[in-house]
Write a protein that binds this ligand. Structure first.
Ligand SMILES: *Cc1c(COP(=O)(O)O)cnc(C)c1O
Length: 364
């Protein structure tokens, strides 16, 4: 299939980017800021790149209202890398290396498995028995007294399960994987000790990982911690202990400016509410489609749904692709369909998907 226009891309990550940002990237690619070179080809330590870098951090700090006692690190290795870095940096805060996990899907499950290499990863609550369609009631969580931290996945990208709010977990710092809902709504950073996200879902190209850490949690890493993931070493080197992913950082910076022009987090939150409601409201009254996630924890950024007659899946995917609505196949571990509708997905894209789904149902 070939298109002579941009399609609506519902991929979970890498994911669609704002067209304005792509256009600006293209316009400045060969000659960036009159330097006669692209931003990719200059030193990360040059004053020109450092200016971009500082501005990117400042814009993110402003957008998310990140308090001064939190560091922002721009690292590599993705959320999966942080699944190892977090226990290595934080578990020494406990008498015996240990952390609590709330397991609400495949991503938090992965976090548990990785943390087990470094200490005890205690599952304080899990919705596995309910096929990861809900978030266990807070009153049922078996939090430990001696855990270094409590880990949650704020938005399970595969199952489409999202915490409406950060939970209160007592004195242990809360660690939140916000890979797929960062910048989609107002988040109170103060409720967390650590927040982390790869850029390739709701921000920019793959390759840069944002880690927001409260300062008192830095400087406790296990001796085995690779230097590039030792937060203290990264802070001391302005996240440049090794060469940072300069191009993804530059594009992420353009996206932050784009969000600011659109009206900031408040507007992103409003749009994500509009977009997700359009889909869920239709799905809930449909006789062809169904959502299997509890209403109180449905993701606003990854809308998962199923065709009640799974025999129609292949036809649904083929026809949607044909219509320029790409990448709606659910993750192989979950099946069904998934529409990832991050900040860069315009409301018009969701309306086009909705119209397609309605038409498909009429003809089914
Ligand atoms: C994508 C994702 C990750 C992993 O990100 P990588 O960049 O591939 O390491 C972790 N957690 C969540 C919730 C994700 O959506």
């Amino acid at each position: 299939m070939s298109f002579d226009r941009r399609i609506y891309n519902f991929a979970a990550g890498p994911a669609t980017l704002p067209e304005e940002v792509l256009q600006q990237t293209a316009d400045e690619l060969l000659n960036w800021h009159g330097l006669g070179t692209s931003v990719m080809e200059i030193s990360h330590r040059s004053k020109e790149f450092m200016a971009v870098y500082e501005e990117t951090l400042a814009d993110l700090r402003e957008l998310m209202s990140i308090p001064d006692d939190y560091e922002i690190l721009l690292l590599q290795g993705g959320g999966i890398g942080q699944n190892a870095a977090i226990p290595m940096n934080l578990m020494p805060l406990a008498k015996k290396p240990k952390a609590d996990f709330i397991v609400t899907g495949i991503w938090s499950e992965k976090s548990v498995k990785e943390a087990q290499k470094y200490g005890e990863a205690h599952v304080a609550a899990t919705s596995l028995n309910g096929h990861f369609r809900s978030i266990p009631e807070r009153s049922t969580w078996q939090l430990s007294k001696d855990a270094a931290y409590v880990h949650i996945c704020a938005n399970e990208t595969i199952g489409g399960v999202e915490f409406a709010h950060f939970p209160d977990v007592g004195t242990a710092p809360l660690v939140a994987d916000i890979s797929s809902n960062i910048l989609s709504k107002k988040m109170d950073v103060r409720q967390c000790g650590v927040l982390f996200a790869g850029a390739q879902k709701n921000i920019g190209p793959a390759g840069v990982t944002i880690v927001i850490v409260r300062k008192d949690l830095i400087g406790h890493a296990m001796a085995i911690t690779p230097s590039i993931w030792d937060w203290a070493k990264e802070v001391a080197n302005q996240s440049m202990f090794n060469t940072p992913p300069t191009f993804p950082i530059y594009v992420s910076g353009l996206v932050f400016k784009w969000i600011k022009r659109q009206g900031g987090i408040k507007e992103m939150e409003r749009r994500s509410q509009v977009k997700s409601s359009l889909l869920y409201d239709f799905i809930d009254q449909s006789s062809l489609y169904e959502s299997r996630v509890d209403k109180n924890c449905r993701s606003r950024t990854n809308v998962t749904f199923f065709l009640k007659d799974e025999g129609l899946n292949a036809e649904f995917l083929a026809q949607s692709n044909e219509a320029g609505l790409a990448a709606l196949r659910g993750h192989k571990a979950a099946g069904g369909m998934r529409a990832s509708i991050y900040n860069a997905m315009p409301i018009a894209g969701v309306e086009a998907l909705l119209a397609f789904m309605q038409e498909f149902e009429r003809r089914a």
